[in-house]
Design a protein around this ligand. Sequence first.
Ligand SMILES: Nc1ncnc2c1ncn2[C@@H]1O[C@H](COP(=O)(O)OP(=O)(O)OP(=O)(O)O)[C@@H](O)[C@H]1O
Ligand SMILES: [Mg+2]
Length: 742
Amino acid sequence: MARRTKRLAKLKLSQLYSFGLCHRSPYDDDQWRIGRVFRQVYVNDPDKYELEGLTYPLNGVSTTKYTVVTFVPKSLFEQFRRVANFYFLVCGILALTPLAPYTAVSAWSLVPLCITVVLTMAKEGYEDWRRKQQDDELNNRIVKVHSGNGNFEETKWNNIMVGDVVKVEKDNFFPADLILFSSNYSDGICYVETMNLDGETNLKVKQALEVTLDLNEDTKFSNVRQKIECEDPNANIHSFVGTMNWEGQEYPLSPQQLLPRDSKLRNTEFIYGAVIFTGHDTKVMRNATDPASKRSKIEKKMDKTIYFLMFSLLIIALLGSVLFGIWTKEDLKDGAMKRWYLRPDATTIYYDPKRADLTSFFHLLTALMLYSYFIPISLYISIEIVKILQAGFINNDIKMYDKESNEPTHARTSNLNEELGMVDTILSDKTGTLTCNMMEFIKCSIAGTAYGQGVSEVEKAMAMRKGARLDADIENGDHKEKKIDEGPHVKGFNFEDPRIMNGNWIHEPNKDIIRDFFRLLTICHTCVPQVDEIGKVSYESESPDEAAFVIAARELGFEFYSRSQKHITVHERDLIRNVFQERKYEVLNILEFTSSRKRMSVIVKEPEGRILLLIKGADSEIFKRLGPGGRKFEEETRQHINEYSDSGLRTLVLAYRVLDEKDYKGFAEKFHAAKVCVSADRCVKIEEAADSIEKDLHLLGATAVEDKLQKGVPECIDKLAKAGIKIWVLTGDKMETSINIG
Ligand SMILES: Nc1ncnc2c1ncn2[C@@H]1O[C@H](COP(=O)(O)OP(=O)(O)OP(=O)(O)O)[C@@H](O)[C@H]1O
Ligand SMILES: [Mg+2]
């Protein structure tokens, strides 16, 4: 504990002077360090850092624009970047000199400017103070940290250091980027909500390495000394490369073990983890951009107007001064003052009757001041007040109040109100934003036969449009819709086909392929089952599509029951004896899904001893990998996929391959070597290894899943379209599917 305190004190001192001057840690250039193993973390071994000369930043974060020291100069600078403010400052200063055309009220010309500047600075300061409070709230949160000899003590987030072992409890946020060691589940999984990072609401499953699984308070963390090597801090939340040295062996670390700061522990009592990135090094902070001063179009336009006014003012003043100069010269030549009203008196100090040019110059300065009301300083104040009032109106608009969630609109920054009226294009995510992200298994094509009699929303809409002129038809349609919805309904499953339901599939001609199809759905995924007291299974899944698949398989008699690091257990209905039979598959490898791979596969050993590669993915990826003997149903399947995408359904193609011992051995070696490789081309090597085995596939069929549009989306888009607003939607779906949903 004493050592810890010493290190903490040192770190704090070393960072004190950089406080407020540099928010980012010294590694600025993220790009070249991604994937490079550079950082060394000594878990539970604070002495090592000093020996190796490593310093990492503290965990406290600051997101403020200003600090106490920089507030006045920095915000003054911001203020006087506004042209008008600067102009009035110059005029105000000149007005204090004897050049001023007016005397008694000279000082007053600075008053409006001061009011504007002080008010705006106060607003800035207040907003920054709010940010500071948020930071403080975060930095002072409490977490349990290992303090030597197996005890955990409560500490503020602020005081956490790289290499600390922390214990995070249910529904709490992770204080820094952690490597998961163990959790209350025996297989070391935990569920994480990454809402604050990527806005996704579905839980992600993280899994500890097998070697660290049984670390807990009883086995005394004090005996644990490990070295973790990993990539340098970077902003990429989806990637992580590292290795852990455990009792002399190297184990690869992946994003599966990374618990990022600001995500939340869910459905899990507690986890233990080691801190690898702190404070501004964490992924989430690396992603944060500095709070920018936003300027609306109106403000920019106002600046232009003011430039124009200034220009006119200058012309007018110049004209006057030049004429004044010429006339003065004439007067001087004549020697007699023709224009008696221009004659100097005691108050005009700078009137030099002998130098017309000088006189004319001073006249110019005076004129500039005299005409300065040409530029309305009140313009900014009026606009500021108008905006604040507008924000009030927006917040109180009953039409923008949602009764269900009891949420009114909230104008978070009044600076940008008028921009709302100038939107001409909306960029939107599709899944989960426009659609419900509730996938329902509705159809499938197995061995060239299409199953599933359900009607998708898109099909209904098309039918409605065709018969739109007959009002009666629409009413009928509505009736039918209601009737379908009334039946007993399993969430995620909207499949109806007597040919394969209730065990009838056994009478189908291609029953073996149907069985393999559903077996694939129960095995090839990354869902995690949760069994409650009465033995009912529910699933947690990162991908809602996969949840729909395992639910569908369960409804059809293939129940995915449990998962450990090495095994997947399935309960299959034995149709002859009508009992559930357990099948245990040994999981040899998982070749993960990524958006660029557009597919995922698992390699398992069946109870009978065969080694299978099971794969599912986008049609574009799977069809081209089919072997010559595996293309039997290709024609029909393609046809069905086209029909499904025309109905706006999300499709995936399923296939498998039987591997012989030798093939698999060769692959396994290559794959392991790629995985523990710590250089930047690790991903490339993994990709190559995967590519080498995912070929010569046998086609099984395809699935079709429906993701309904959220309530009100069509109406909303319709209104936006009528207002002439273009809408761009981002999706990874098949083109036809997206077009038809569109
Ligand atoms: N779990 C999965 N297993 C195998 N392949 C998948 C899986 N999920 C998606 N795919 C395939 O990969 C492609 C890309 O999917 P991805 O999830 O990256 O898209 P996305 O950008 O998330 O789009 P959306 O938001 O609509 O899901 C999909 O078209 C699909 O064919
Ligand atoms: Mg997706």
